[in-house]
Design a protein around this ligand. Structure first.
Ligand code: 5CA
Length: 163
């Protein structure tokens, strides 16, 4: 039996390095089962769907500015609540635009380490947990983190995303 550590895929490695730069201590785990959706990630991590962090990229309808929303896996974004918190309505972006802004493909988008810095807002429901799980750059890679530590590291403002 080999005891050699298995190298992280490049996208997951970028997330690990970005965490180090932020001073956030995380262990990136590559799962055997896909973690592409919140439901899959919860099953693979053995946690509640609500403990999964969805990293969703939107653009302001008026400003065109991109925003990153960190949303609890069981919550749907209520556009009116979020518009009230951000001061403008949001529009969804297509997968290519999301990839260009973040440097990652949908299903593995991490909450930091993006190609361009994005203003970050965190679903306040995530703060109810001691730990949450987020994607680490690929649809098989995840890490756990305290939601407070994550919010602090990325400078996230807590908002209500549900109606
Ligand atoms: N790895 C999992 C758990 S962390 C994950 O990344 N989940 S996620 O919810 O953050 O990523 C999938 C999300 O991408 C979906 O909830 C959906 O809102 C969004 N999405 C899926 N397809 C598209 C698309 N074509 N364009 C834009 N957004 C999309």
């Amino acid at each position: 039996m080999t005891t050699e550590p298995i190298a992280l895929p490049p996208s997951a490695c970028r997330v690990k390095e970005a965490a180090e730069e932020l001073g956030l201590a995380i262990v990136v785990q590559v799962m055997r089962e896909p973690t592409r959706t919140a439901e899959q990630a919860a099953a693979a991590c053995g946690c509640a769907v609500a403990q999964i962090v969805k990293s969703l990229v939107f653009a302001g309808e008026e400003s065109g500015r991109p925003y990153l929303l960190l949303v609890s896996g069981q919550n749907r974004v209520d556009e009116r609540s979020v518009a009230a918190a951000l001061g403008e309505p949001l529009a969804r972006l297509d997968a290519e635009r999301v990839r260009a802004l973040t440097g990652f493909a949908i299903g593995g988008i991490p909450p930091f380490g993006h190609a361009s810095p994005l203003p970050v807002y965190m679903d306040q429901d995530l703060l109810a947990f001691d730990s949450v799980w987020a994607a680490a750059g690929t649809p098989f890679a995840v890490f756990s983190v305290s939601p407070e530590a994550l919010a602090q590291a990325v400078g996230a403002r807590a908002i209500r995303v549900t109606g």
